[in-house]
Design a protein around this ligand. Structure first.
Ligand code: FES
Length: 282
């Protein structure tokens, strides 16, 4: 890695709030995050090395060792497991001749397994270069590998974006909030309910960090305040903090099994959001 290149990427960011974007940019260029890169990010942004390392190791999207040109993730979560995920994983291992976590000798494909991709009802799920494949069978593995190598992937979302995304759940009842049938930016959306002046209806949010689209069932003004509710248990998702941009209350959701919290501003037109991992706010 070129130190000057990494510093240029970091300096394009806006400081602490851009750590994830900076790490994404470095990984996109070098396929992984070296120790030197993590130290430079910490030094340049003022975050502790522990916080930067925490972000880099928390998300499967980041890797601390070189990755292949393409990335394939097969879900081994409970729902996918009972639908035949192990057969799918075994077929990927056989055809790619590697174990999960390894990269093919030609540096083309890295293969990994994950615990849940938020689309349990359509499992087994495989994600290749950000494209979701539902109901994958042993016979479908060859096609996914070929399309991944050839760059001709199609998926439910139809996105070619391989960026950082997360899975959200209710902090009260723990139920999954992802909706694979309604993708935003090519990734499953997060669906919650909101109370507005026009009544209670659904709101869908992107699961890609940094995107701030809010799609509502009922039209409301941009400065309207929304009361966020879990669609499963009805709990009020309003958290303890106010938005740093407009002072409106933030709505909280757990991310990736509760190891972090994503907070979204409850004002319709505000883009304020933040991510808290192990107590560190990003
Ligand atoms: S268990 Fe596979 S997507 Fe949830």
């Amino acid at each position: 890695m070129e130190t000057e290149d990494i510093l240029n990427i970091i300096r394009k960011g806006k400081g602490k709030a851009e750590i994830i974007s900076i790490l994404e940019d470095i990984q996109e260029k070098y396929t992984y995050l070296s120790e030197e890169a993590l130290r430079l990010v910490a030094a340049e942004t003022g975050c502790s090395l522990t916080d930067v390392y925490g972000v880099a190791t928390f998300y499967k999207a980041f890797s601390l060792k070189p990755r292949g040109k393409h990335c394939v993730s097969a879900c081994r979560g409970t729902a996918c497991h009972v639908r035949g995920a192990e057969t799918v994983v075994a077929e990927f291992k056989r055809q790619l001749d590697l174990e999960p976590g390894e990269t093919t000798p030609d540096n083309e494909i890295s293969f990994e397994t994950v615990n849940c991709l938020g689309a349990c009802a359509l499992g087994p799920i495989v994600v290749s270069d950000g494209h979701y494949h539902a109901n994958v069978t042993k016979r479908g593995v060859k096609d996914i590998i070929e399309a991944t190598r050839n760059g001709t992937l199609e998926s439910i979302g139809g996105s070619k974006d391989c960026g950082f995304s997360f899975e959200a759940s209710c902090p009260q009842c723990g139920r999954n909030l992802m909706d694979i049938a309604y993708p935003i930016d090519g990734h499953p959306s997060i669906r919650i309910n909101v109370v507005t002046a026009a009544g209670t209806g659904w709101m869908r949010l992107p699961s890609r960090y940094g995107s701030s689209v809010k799609v509502l069932e009922h039209a409301v003004s941009e400065d309207a305040l929304l009361t966020p509710l879990c669609p499963h248990c009805g709990s009020n998702l309003q958290g303890d903090f106010d938005c740093l941009e407009c002072n409106a209350p933030m709505g909280d959701m757990n991310v990736d099994g509760g190891a972090g919290i994503i907070s979204i501003c409850s004002r319709k037109g505000c883009t304020g959001h933040m991510l808290t991992l192990n107590g560190a706010t990003i």
